[in-house]
Design a protein around this ligand. Structure first.
Ligand code: G3P
Ligand code: MG
Length: 242
């Protein structure tokens, strides 16, 4: 079973990391949702991809320069289409409340590779634990420091190392960092890596897989999960592999 994870929600069809894109992904019957977590100025985990807010909120500055009260009224829907006017930046807590009663996996990407948020791991982990969602939550990060911090919080956590760089014995290397899964950019997908991951018993998840030929490859190689902006397309293709 390759799991189909909606990348920032069904983000080809609705503005990324908003309730609208999560709802749409849920209606598409995905296995899970991927979203990006950063901290507001006052330390509230919020869902936002870029460090700068310009692209989707159309304002100046960085996420970390605004308080949660300021962020929660920022429109991140209009850039995508006028019909999404009124989609505001969500907190992680709002997302957890939304997902708690739905049979969905959570892929929380800790966005601390460009900006180091020292408390991002513990604040995120504590919230997920408070909502009783740890057993279906997968943390991921490009930051090796963040993997270390997660391991200090708990040795029993799903941690995927995100990488876009090829490397000798990637699964072994990822394990040595403290990760227990590998999240690779689709370009790195090769039979040898698939075999190594299998040998090392490391789940192999692939991002961000939107082109038909790449989606097919992930299913052919029986990857553990794919992150895609077009989960409806991936679901349809997957039918031919069942
Ligand atoms: O988690 C997979 C993917 O989201 C990583 O890249 O930049 O889209 O957050 P990015
Ligand atoms: Mg992400």
């Amino acid at each position: 079973m390759t799991k189909i994870i909606a990348h920032r929600g069904a983000s080809k069809y609705a503005p990324e990391n908003t309730r609208a894109s999560f709802e749409l992904a849920y209606q598409m019957n995905v296995d899970g949702i991927e979203t990006d977590v950063q901290l507001s100025k006052d330390g509230i985990p919020v869902l936002f991809h870029d460090e700068k807010i310009k692209r989707t909120a159309r304002k100046r500055g960085y996420i970390q320069e605004y308080t949660y009260n300021e962020l929660k009224t920022m429109d991140v829907g209009s850039w995508f289409g006028n019909e999404y006017n009124g989609e505001f930046i969500m907190s992680l807590e709002e997302f957890l409340l939304w997902i708690a009663d739905k049979p969905l996996l959570l892929h929380l990407e800790l966005k601390n590779n460009q900006i180091d948020y020292p408390h991002l791991e513990i604040l995120t982990y504590n919230l997920v634990e408070r909502y009783g969602l740890l057993d279906r939550t997968f943390f991921s990060t490009f930051s090796t420091r963040s993997i270390q911090r997660l391991n200090k919080i708990s040795t029993d956590t799903n941690i995927g190392w995100l990488t876009n760089k090829s490397r000798h014995q990637l699964p072994l290397f990822s394990r040595s960092l403290g990760a227990n899964a590998i999240h690779i950019k689709y370009r790195l997908l090769q039979p040898k890596l698939v075999q190594q991951a299998k040998t090392e018993n490391m789940p192999l998840r692939v991002y961000t897989v939107n082109k038909l030929k790449h989606i097919h490859l992930c299913f052919q190689y029986k990857c553990d999960s794919i992150f895609t902006d077009v989960p409806d397309v991936a679901k349809t293709i997957y039918q031919s592999y069942l």
